[in-house]
Design a protein around this ligand. Sequence first.
Ligand SMILES: *[C@@H]1O[C@H](CO)[C@@H](O)[C@H](O)[C@H]1NC(C)=O
Ligand SMILES: *[C@@H]1O[C@H](CO)[C@@H](O)[C@H](O)[C@H]1NC(C)=O
Ligand SMILES: *[C@@H]1O[C@H](CO)[C@@H](O)[C@H](O)[C@H]1NC(C)=O
Length: 170
Amino acid sequence: MASFLARSLLGCLALVMILAVGGLPSPGSAMGLPQPQPSLNFTIGVEGVVWCNGCRYRGYVESRDASPLRNASVLLRCRHGRRALSVWNTTNAHGYFLIQTGMQAAPFTSNNCKVYVPRSPARGCRVAVSPARKKGSPLKFRRFVTLTDGLQARYSAGRFTFATQDRSKC
Ligand SMILES: *[C@@H]1O[C@H](CO)[C@@H](O)[C@H](O)[C@H]1NC(C)=O
Ligand SMILES: *[C@@H]1O[C@H](CO)[C@@H](O)[C@H](O)[C@H]1NC(C)=O
Ligand SMILES: *[C@@H]1O[C@H](CO)[C@@H](O)[C@H](O)[C@H]1NC(C)=O
């Protein structure tokens, strides 16, 4: 749905740009000129944050009783028919990750994709709270970002939360 909206929106933007650049051409002046193709051509970027509930690691936020988890491996996985795409990245010191695809994402819509944090990087904080173990998070469209190599549809995968079973083992 989000991707469909994104593509529709992009189509509209492309149309607006054609109108803005070319004006409304009279039939005569348009003859013989190549028509600009609206390009539905963008890469995917997806961001999110990984947290640990209940442990006081670096960056601990008292009001949430949670700490960001750094160096967590995060996977963007897309499937459509027999095609599949996997792109990994890791979280930074704020628990934040950004996974960016190249044009290899072109055959997929955001509905074909999910984001997974298969395991926690912290031994003492291993229980997957949300999403539940092995369940991925869907992509929610946020905005378009202009990069040097073209347009990127930027999505959020939201928050991934692990918890400790025993605070003494944090
Ligand atoms: C999409 O953009 C890339 C890089 O800008 C280009 O190489 C590629 O041919 C484009 N694909 C389509 C279908 O327009
Ligand atoms: C990050 O995690 C990987 C394993 O997933 C480990 O090999 C590496 O040493 C870790 N790096 C840091 C800075 O903790
Ligand atoms: C990994 O994350 C870094 C920092 O956010 C980002 O610059 C880089 O493009 C990401 N790599 C991939 C493959 O997503």
